[in-house]
Design a protein around this ligand. Structure first.
Ligand code: SAM
Length: 240
């Protein structure tokens, strides 16, 4: 369980020069895969898309090509600065802080993606994020909540999923080296000390329902890890 006082520590971690990606190839492939999966959820070329806690979002330009406007929201100030510099020439992309989202027009977004973020938030923080997102979503809009960790699936599965991804994309040596250095890294220390938030399928569907969403689990997770879950949620009053 994440301690409330420690919730910012993961944001600071992602703002640091961390080694979460085993190599440049791993990092680039990760963001390409996430972009491909996000694009799969874009229903129209005019869609307004919000990537909530997007990280470095290195392939955001291809997501922007597939939609009308892309908001990249990121809490880590250093990451946000790089996003602003990287995407300044792209007129379809706007970079925002999480606070900025509370000032955006309601019912203005078609698709919100929150991928690989909920595990770093306290349960209360995630509820607050759901409230912000629900306000922003159009009546027929969708929230895609990806990479949710299950209580019964431990770190070994993460390691095996990464090695499989690495082997099929030619960076197995980097991944093995990366795993060895991760074992000694700030990530490992934080993961042990602060922890990651986990939800069963039922718990997440109930949590989304309490926030006013009707949700179901997607057949496939966003990204490379099949042991983690993705949920697709809509306003509860909207019939499919
Ligand atoms: C693993 S990265 C995921 C980035 C991107 N969504 C992706 O799929 O590659 C985790 C992201 O969550 C953000 N984050 C960490 N702790 C958070 C918190 N307590 N509230 C909101 N965002 C947080 C980090 O700044 C980082 O951008």
């Amino acid at each position: 369980m994440l301690g409330a006082a420690r919730m910012d520590e993961w944001i600071d971690y992602y703002d640091s020069t961390h080694t979460i990606y085993a190599s440049k190839l791993h990092r680039d492939l990760h963001f390409k895969l996430i972009a491909r999966d996000i694009i799969g959820y874009i229903a129209s070329p005019d869609a307004v898309v919000l990537d909530y806690a997007c990280g470095e979002a290195l392939s955001a330009a291809s997501v922007a090509d597939a939609c009308g406007k892309l908001y990249l929201a990121e809490p880590a100030p250093g990451v946000r600065g790089r996003l602003i510099a990287r995407f300044a020439p792209n007129t379809k992309i706007r970079v925002r802080s999480l606070e900025d989202l509370t000032r955006m027009a309601e019912t203005s977004v078609d698709l919100v993606v929150m991928n690989s973020v909920a595990q770093y938030m306290t349960a209360e923080e995630l509820d607050s994020a759901f409230a912000v997102i629900r306000r922003l979503l159009k009546p027929n809009g969708r929230l895609v909540l990806g990479d949710i960790l299950r209580p019964e699936v431990g770190m070994l599965r993460d390691v095996l999923a990464l090695l499989k991804f690495a082997r099929s994309h030619g960076f197995l040596k980097d991944a093995l080296y990366g795993l060895a250095s991760t074992a000694l890294s700030d990530y490992r220390q934080l993961r042990t000390r602060v922890g990651l938030q986990r939800y069963s399928e039922r718990e997440m569907i109930d949590k989304l329902a309490a926030a006013g969403f009707a949700a179901s689990r997607a057949h496939q997770n966003v990204g490379h890890n099949p042991w983690r879950m993705t949920f697709v949620a809509r306003h509860a009053f909207q019939r499919n």
